[in-house]
Design a protein around this ligand. Structure first.
Ligand SMILES: [Cu+2]
Length: 178
């Protein structure tokens, strides 16, 4: 009788130890899963942030080539648009690279100007000259002119870009994207 009781006790003890073990391993598994899901969502977040940054940088890097089209010089972008509207991201250094074609003896130079509500035009950025296959780049951060609240030049009605030497045919609009 005493033997049997002892045996039963042992069985009960064993069972509760088993239950504890199962319970513990359940907690460990759940914790592990939780950590895994959490780190994965962090990873996804970082990944999408990286993608966004890549998109931004590709949007804000513009290449314009000076080309003769029907005897007139024009700015051509990488999609062969003529004098395209340049979309510039706010609070970012937007890089604009200008290129000339080999054999082109004409000089070109890009200028970004702001047109005030009074119709006054003000030079904001100016590049070096390019000629005969050379290229150069300028940076334009729209925040630079948006923060300038002290002068009348802060409120531009519109922004334009043009070539210093061919201002009539090599001219387009600049648009700021917020
Ligand atoms: Cu030009």
């Amino acid at each position: 009788m005493l033997e049997i009781n002892k045996d039963n006790n042992n069985k009960n003890k064993n069972r509760s130890i088993m239950q504890n073990k199962i319970f513990l391993s359940l907690i460990v598994t759940v914790t592990f899963l939780f950590l895994l899901v959490n780190s994965e969502s962090n990873f996804v977040e970082v990944y999408s942030q990286e993608q966004q940054q890549q998109q931004e940088s590709s949007n804000s890097s513009i290449v314009l080539t000076a080309k003769l089209i029907d005897d007139e010089y024009r700015w051509i972008d990488s999609n062969t648009n003529i004098n395209p509207t340049l979309n510039m991201t706010s609070r970012v250094d937007n890089q604009i690279t200008i290129k000339s074609l080999k054999g082109d003896s004409e000089e070109h130079e890009i200028v970004i100007e702001g047109v005030t509500s009074d119709g006054d035009k003000e030079e904001l950025v100016k590049s070096d000259e390019i000629e005969d296959g050379s290229s150069t780049a300028i940076n334009f951060n729209p925040a630079d002119i948006q923060e300038d609240n002290n002068s009348s030049s802060s409120n531009y009605q519109s922004l334009e870009y043009y070539c210093e030497y061919h201002p009539d045919t090599m001219r387009g609009q600049v648009q700021i994207i917020k």
